[in-house]
Design a protein around this ligand. Structure first.
Ligand SMILES: Cc1cc2nc3c(=O)[nH]c(=O)nc-3n(C[C@H](O)[C@H](O)[C@H](O)COP(=O)(O)OP(=O)(O)OC[C@H]3O[C@@H](n4cnc5c(N)ncnc54)[C@H](O)[C@@H]3O)c2cc1C
Length: 406
């Protein structure tokens, strides 16, 4: 087990400084433009790929840090640059994590490289689709079906996924579908849909309040046929799992699934932290320069105290995110829902800090000449995706009480 220090080591500092340079020099200057365009910023993704920042090798290095801290450091710096562009680039890691969590070593070797690079050598993005129109927080009630075609050994997927980051523009799509709907979440499995597979198309593309450089769309699956090797974990493992669930020996497994979701949440919290830090820094600088009544507005306690609270929220978010990232990497159980706690706290802190930043800029905070209104719009999604704040509170409440709070 690796301990961690609040003094970053050389590798972690190198990751932070390199990514920060990219966020400051490449992402920030074009963030407002891509927010207005509401399009995937392919030139930025291509530049990130060209320098090796968007690559399987780099992500593998970051994930390999035994303290677990390099992942939140990466996500904080990227979102500090711009949360929408950050998600456009690293939304792929949702699918990567899904494949790593459930795939066999052969499947990991086959599909991970294809999440990043298309067959023609150009950068590609990947998507991970669980949510449906009627199954958001309640992921146990998925309607998308996966049916085994005995004669060919293929799986046939049918259904519509809602709100998919990179949905339809991704090369690799990872789709969570019900194999045995009666078993609810215990009857589900994940499938890789390879690039260009017939029967998978993009449906409605959603226009959003924030993170507008990130593409969000429905994914429609109609008779989408994938070969046996696309069932993550393989059929033997699935059959065993289904048999166990049918016999009722399932409680442990559904707890394990919950724990897995918990593990990815600190990285989402780190994104929220990056936005909050950006807004705090911007507001602090502005408050020192903006003069009213003959002095800088920061000299008013009302403004200085806001900044003090903002800084405390930013630092507390980072400490919770780092703790949860370290616990997750070192297989420490989240006995008090620490993964959810980090995402809950950091996302709500980001909403509050960006709101206060707007107040500190006054009327200038509300207009698009300054980035704080965009950061406020971007921050809100962090309280919604990967489980809403209400669901995070449920996870924490259940963990600390041991009761089935509903
Ligand atoms: C921009 C964006 C990108 C996304 N990307 C992806 C993606 O890549 N892949 C993917 O699979 N999904 C993605 N999602 C979906 C996202 O995870 C869901 O929107 C989220 O989980 C909430 O589900 P819902 O929208 O159906 O809300 P609902 O589940 O309908 O919730 C509505 C409200 O009811 C509350 N609520 C629900 N159940 C309970 C309960 N038991 N107790 C208390 N309160 C409750 C919620 O907290 C919320 O306030 C994305 C969504 C957005 C907006």
């Amino acid at each position: 087990m690796a301990g961690y220090s609040l003094d970053l080591d050389d590798d972690q500092r190198q990751v932070r400084d390199w990514v920060h340079g990219f966020a400051a020099g490449v992402i920030r200057p074009v963030a407002a433009e891509w927010d207005e365009r509401e399009e995937t910023p392919w030139p930025v993704i291509e530049e990130a790929a060209r320098i090796g920042l968007y690559s399987l090798d780099f992500i593998a290095d970051v994930f390999a840090d035994p303290t677990g801290l390099s992942t939140p450091i990466l996500m904080e710096e990227m979102a500090w640059g711009d949360a929408g562009i950050s998600l456009a680039i690293f939304g792929t890691t949702l699918a990567v994590t899904g494949i790593l969590r459930t795939g066999t070593p052969d499947q990991v070797a086959e599909w991970l490289p294809r999440c990043f690079v298309a067959d023609d050598g150009r950068p590609a993005v990947a998507a991970f689709a669980t949510s449906e129109a009627d199954a958001g927080s309640d992921v146990s009630s998925l309607r998308t079906r996966a049916v085994y075609d005995e004669p060919t050994g293929d799986w046939v997927l049918d259904g519509t996924k809602a709100f998919v980051t990179n949905g339809g523009i991704a090369g690799v799509h990872v789709i969570v579908a019900a194999v045995d709907p009666a078993l609810r979440s215990r009857g589900q499995a994940s499938f890789v849909v390879p690039p260009g597979t017939p029967g998978l198309v993009q449906g409605q593309r959603f226009r959003k309040m924030g993170i507008r450089a990130s593409h969000t769309a429905e994914v429609v699956l109609s008779g989408c046929r994938v070969p046996a090797r696309c069932l993550l974990g393989g059929k033997e493992r699935l059959d065993e799992r289904l048999a166990q669930a049918r016999e009722g020996g399932s409680a442990g497994r559904s707890q394990a699934a919950l724990a897995t979701f918990e593990a990815s949440r600190p990285a989402v919290g780190a994104g929220a932290l990056g936005i909050a830090r950006a807004a705090y820094e911007y507001a602090l600088d502005y408050a020192g320069r903006r003069r009213q009544f003959g002095r800088a507005i920061v000299e008013n306690q009302a403004i200085a105290f806001k900044l003090a609270d903002m800084r405390a929220l930013v630092d507390a978010s980072r400490l919770l995110v780092w703790r949860a990232s370290w616990m997750s990497k070192n297989a420490r159980p989240f006995e008090a829902g620490e993964g959810s706690m980090s995402k809950l706290f950091a996302s709500e802190a980001a909403v509050r800090v960006t709101d206060e930043a707007i107040s500190i800029l006054g009327g200038y905070g509300y207009i698009r000449d300054h980035p704080v209104e965009r950061w406020h719009r971007d921050a809100k999604i962090y309280t919604i995706f990967e489980g809403t704040s209400e669901i995070q509170r449920l996870v924490i409440a259940r963990a600390i009480s041991g009761l089935r709070i509903s």
